[in-house]
Design a protein. Sequence first.
Length: 169
Amino acid sequence: MKAVIQRVTEASVSVDGEMLGAIGPGLVVLLGVAHGDSADEARRLAQKIAELRIFSDTEGRMNLSLLEVEGEALFISQFTLLADTRRGRRPSFTDAAPPELAEPLVREFEEVLRRMGVRVAGGRFGAHMQVRLLNDGPVTILLDSAVLEHPRRVGGRPASGDRSGRFQA
């Protein structure tokens, strides 16, 4: 699962001129589901996003989470985050999960945020959407559920001491 999160002062999503959701200060979350992603990954990623300390405290330091600032989340399912652009000029989307597998995981992600107390708004799964946002900072962060499972790299090397440059499974 991949996510692009943007800290915003406001955002909205529309389909065919109908506004489906709008938020005030919080996060816009673009969420892509890959083949092999699971409900556990959806839950872990939602919790990570809700608890990520990327909002400013009284000293102007990024030290507060979405939960702590009582921010809102606008999330948009976006299979194009799984684009493979290594060959040719047309992206391949074969890494993206098909809709019948992706939609339940998107719903699980949304439900976890709601259970954590985040006010959530969203688009329509599979629809052509127009997203408007006012990026705050700008703060934009990329998250990949597969990377969240690996140890942090230290000094250009994996923390495990492996000098090959590859993460150990």
